[in-house]
Unconditional design. Structure first.
Length: 112
């Protein structure tokens, strides 16, 4: 399977493994107040509401696989579709968002 064949969504246990290996950039597309309430260590905040202001920063990650997260997985899907249409064919959305991460991976991260 090539990166261009990656499914649109990825489960949180796979994201955890990829993060531990240092092989992805985790993009958090929630708003700043949500990010401060609960976030995954190492995630890069790029709120969907300010997406166009952050587009230039994406060039830093042009050689990396991107995984996008939000609260439940809906905003991250929209951002992932945009990324795939704009030069990041390997971008994926984390299924279930940070809420699923809090339940299944790290209960220390607050749910909201």
């Amino acid at each position: 399977m090539t990166t261009r064949d990656l499914p649109l969504e990825v489960d949180n246990s796979t994201v955890k493994q990829l993060l531990e290996a240092g092989s992805i950039v985790l993009i958090d597309c929630r708003e700043e107040d949500e990010f401060h309430t609960a976030h995954i260590q190492g995630a890069v905040l790029m709120p969907m509401s300010q997406w166009m202001e952050h587009v230039g920063k994406l060039q830093e990650y042009s050689e990396r696989q991107l995984v996008v997260i939000c609260h439940h997985g809906m905003r991250s899907l929209r951002v992932t579709h945009w990324l795939r249409q704009n030069g990041f064919p390997e971008a994926q959305s984390m299924r279930g968002g940070i809420d699923a991460w809090s339940i299944e991976i790290d209960a220390q991260i607050p749910r909201y």
